[in-house]
Design a protein around this ligand. Structure first.
Ligand SMILES: [Zn+2]
Length: 173
C-alpha cells in the first residue's frame, strides 16, 4: 500500500511541480514544502499580498487604457471642431490618424501594457510639445487635464512595469 505512494514522483503541494523528496523550498513557487508552519504561514501571507498588489496594478493599467480610449475620442471631437472653423481636410485626416493610433494602443495594452502605454505616453507628450512649438499658448490650454492624463498614463505604465517584474520570475522572494 505504501509502495504506490513512494513510487510516485513527489510534487509540490502548492504548484504541483515535481520536486526532490528532501527539498525545503519548492524551486518553482517557493512553497516551504518541508518547512515549518510559520514559514508556510509567511508564504501564504506573502502570496496574498502579492495578489492584492497585482489586482491594484491591473486596475491602474485599466485606467490608463481607458485614458487612451478617451484620448482617441477627444482627438476626433477636437478634429471636427477644428474642421468646422478651418475647413482643412488635411488637419482632419491627421486628427483621425492620431485617434487611430491611440485606439490601437488602447487595444494593444491588453497584450503588452508596458510597451503600449509607454508609446501612448510618449506620443501624448510629443504632441503637446509639437503644438507648443507651433502655438506656445496651447501649452496652457487645459493644463490640468494634461497633467491628469499624463498621471493616469504614468501610473499605468509604472504598474505595468511592476507587473512585468513580478511575472518574469522573482515571485519567490
Ligand atoms: Zn511549488
Amino acid at each position: 500500500m505504501e509502495n504506490t505512494l513512494t513510487q510516485e514522483q513527489l510534487v509540490c503541494s502548492f504548484c504541483k511541480i515535481e520536486i526532490e523528496k528532501d527539498v525545503v523550498y519548492c524551486p518553482n513557487c517557493g512553497h516551504p514544502e518541508n518547512g515549518t508552519d510559520k514559514e508556510r504561514a509567511q508564504f501564504f501571507a506573502k502570496r496574498a499580498m502579492q495578489k492584492n498588489k497585482n489586482i491594484d496594478a491591473g486596475q491602474k493599467i485599466k485606467s490608463a487604457r481607458n485614458t487612451l480610449f478617451v484620448l482617441s475620442s477627444l482627438v476626433i471631437v477636437f478634429g471636427f471642431v477644428m474642421y468646422s472653423s478651418s475647413g482643412s481636410t488635411i488637419e482632419l485626416a491627421m486628427n483621425f490618424f492620431v485617434a487611430f493610433i491611440y485606439l490601437a494602443l488602447a487595444f494593444w495594452s491588453e497584450k503588452k501594457p508596458f510597451i503600449a502605454l509607454l508609446v501612448g505616453l510618449l506620443l501624448y507628450i510629443t504632441l503637446i510639445a509639437v503644438s507648443a512649438i507651433i502655438e506656445p499658448l496651447s501649452l496652457v490650454k487645459g493644463f490640468i487635464w494634461k497633467i491628469i492624463i499624463i498621471s493616469y498614463l504614468g501610473k499605468g505604465l509604472y504598474s505595468a512595469n511592476e507587473l512585468r517584474k513580478t511575472t518574469t520570475g522573482d515571485t519567490v522572494q
